[in-house]
Design a protein around this ligand. Structure first.
Ligand SMILES: NC(=O)c1ccc[n+]([C@@H]2O[C@H](COP(=O)([O-])OP(=O)(O)OC[C@H]3O[C@@H](n4cnc5c(N)ncnc54)[C@H](OP(=O)(O)O)[C@@H]3O)[C@@H](O)[C@H]2O)c1
Length: 371
């Protein structure tokens, strides 16, 4: 296993701390980083790791610091505000860049650096957490089973709760509506519309379209031109989303409302507790079809999303240092779709263990359709 010399930026955030602990457990000694020395020092002392306080606005210090490392793992979000300066510093320093964004605008922006990354001999791999490692690998796996697939659907059940950082990142993008891909283009739909019934390994659920990184990453790795991602919500939240979805798009287009909501989120949302992180499971499903009517589908069961992000994130560091990929890549492009099975606690199914019925019948029951 390659451990290398790497920097973990955003180390004292909820997910940053999980990544730091998993890194140590796997024998790594990452240098911890973040913009606040006050928050970094106690963590670095507790974990007995070196640290560097680094503001993303300080371009010179950022570039000089980053150039000394083999790889930067960026865990500070919302990434719409933090990704660009770090990617540019990594390009200048020929340092691999990994992040855990789930934000479509960031995946899209990083695609524009592909050529430069290849010239510099480094990789830009966004989404090395729960969003999008399992979905990207599963989508690639099913897409490879059908000739010229034209439609891809992805379903996710992750009901153990979110961190403040994830919720704040989601609020940044609510006003843009739900993004899907149609004929190769990103298309926006109102929030809370077009529910579907989907069968997962642990049962059947109603899911709603969601803006998931795969509308870009699955397109990049499979070339399927029509992609919709779906998420299951707890029943109460599903009702709220149905009723106030379209209104929330207007509401959160105001920066003042967004910032007030984000301040509230920081106070009341603390992320899933340790016991939940170690016991909850997530369910995933991917389905493809082509114009001849051929279909393929598969399912995954994984550990809880934040625990998964720590497990997958550190393994992505190891794989990057071992394989030395180049360019802007998705996790499945960089490491292969079978990489998913390297993550502990992950099981993939080609058939539902409890039925041999096709998921298509469940999908056909849906009254609405996005197509
Ligand atoms: N892909 C996935 O599956 C996945 C999984 C988990 C998390 N995430 C994403 O990762 C991000 C962090 O999540 P979290 O749970 O760790 O949230 P969190 O606990 O709120 O931590 C956010 C971190 O980002 C830092 N940060 C925010 N804005 C910054 C800026 N402008 N400059 C420098 N540092 C900045 C914060 O530092 P300060 O305290 O100094 O502000 C803090 O260290 C979110 O965007 C979340 O959506 C993705």
């Amino acid at each position: 296993m390659t451990t290398g010399h790497w920097l973990l930026y955003g180390a004292y955030g909820f997910t940053g701390k999980l990544l730091a602990r998993e890194a140590i457990r796997r024998g790594h000694r990452p240098v911890l980083a973040g913009r606040s020395a006050q928050k970094l020092v106690p963590l670095a002392q507790r974990l007995e790791l070196n640290y560097v306080a680094l503001d993303l606005q300080d371009e010179d210090k950022l570039a000089k610091t980053v150039a000394d490392f083999d790889l930067v793992f960026h865990a500070a979000g919302p990434f719409v505000h933090t990704s660009r300066p770090m990617v540019q510093a990594c390009l200048a320093g020929k340092t691999h860049y990994l992040d855990i964004t789930g934000e479509v605008t960031v995946f899209e922006a990083n695609l524009t650096y592909d050529r430069q990354a290849q010239q510099q001999g480094m990789a830009i791999i966004s989404g090395v957490g729960f969003d999008v490692v399992p979905t990207n690998c599963l989508a690639t796996y099913v897409a490879n089973q059908v000739t010229k697939p034209t439609e891809l659907k992805i379903g996710v059940v992750a009901l153990a709760g979110t961190s403040a950082g994830t919720t704040k990142s989601m609020l940044e993008h609510v006003s843009g509506g739900i993004l899907t891909r149609r004929n190769g283009q990103l298309v926006s739909h109102p929030v809370g519309r077009f529910p579907q019934r989907v069968r997962f390994v642990d049962g059947e659920r109603t899911v709603y379209p969601v803006t998931w990184g795969d509308v870009t990453t699955a397109y990049q790795s499979t070339s399927v031109e029509n992609i919709t991602a779906y998420l299951a919500y707890p029943p109460l939240m599903a009702s709220v989303i149905r009723w106030i979805g379209p209104l929330s798009m207007r509401l959160f287009s105001s920066k003042i409302v967004r910032q007030a909501a984000q301040k509230l989120v920081e106070k009341i949302i603390h992320g899933p507790p340790e016991h939940t992180r170690h016991t909850a499971r997530c369910q995933l499903w991917a389905w493809v079809a082509n114009e001849s009517g051929d279909e393929a589908e598969a399912w995954l069961e994984t550990p809880e999303a934040y625990h998964y992000t720590a497990l997958a994130g550190v393994r992505c560091v190891e794989k990057t240092l071992e394989l030395q990929p180049q360019g802007t890549l998705t996790p499945a492009q960089a490491f292969g779709s079978e990489f998913i099975l390297d993550i502990p606690g992950t099981r993939r199914f080609d058939q539902l263990p409890w039925t041999s019925l096709s998921n298509k019948s469940a999908l056909d029951e849906s009254a609405d359709s996005l197509t």
